[in-house]
Design a protein. Sequence first.
Length: 290
Amino acid sequence: MVKEVHKVVKQSNEYRLIIANSATSINEINVNDVVVDGSHSGRNVGEMIADAAVRGRIGNDAGMGKGKAGIEGLRILEEAGIPAAAVFSTSARIGDGTSTYEEGVISSINTIGKSLGITSGMTAKAAANLMFEASLRKKAQVTQRKARSGRTSGKDSQQKMVETSGKSRIIVVDTTSDINETNSNDVIVTGSHQGLNSGHYLSGLGIKGAIGNDAGLGKDDAGIAGLKILDEHGILGAAVSSMSARIGNGKSTYEQGKISAVNKTAEKLGLIAGMPTKEAAIRMLDACKK
């Protein structure tokens, strides 16, 4: 789990409307909160938020992408009885919860969200207010589900090693928050976007390389803004087209992804747009020997 101080926008007794940059910072202590965050709205994020049993959630649609994976989590939250919506990736910077709240325009809503009066084209701020008002009217606790996977972000158990060379490995994860200090010699292939917060998090762990999803690029190319951060630390960085791999699914990134963007460090290694993820990751791994 990513540690983050959440901004409280509104509060009435124990009920709050909060802003977070990453959905991975949300857990069971947020059970009385409506959450507006910068993460995508894919399946794995939906599962995390559902397990936290929050009062409502608004995230980014990540350009929807392959199989509309960027909004698959809306259905997961509907099954958990939670109103949820996503904003157009072109309206708010992915990875930036404040941008979601202040600039976001709703693109997709689950049925429960629609029942509250949330519509496509509505501002995220207005939609969040409707969710917050509904949470005050319905003070009966949302039934909290047991975590189906028992997952805890940052644990090695969430990592899959697909290749190894000396002390370095190619590690596949669904979310970047599953990477930790034990991965300092590794090349990471993740289902997460390559936004600023991902870049800051991974560069702090000193990994050797990272390939994630470009989240449809979105507002200000926020989906790949983290590549520059990796560059500043001499870390190989690349992103795959959201239309080639399902966001939130590391296996899809690795097996189906096609590179759409690379940083200067990766460009020097010969990584180019259109290259399959597997080939790009192997090149990064080979570079670890040098």
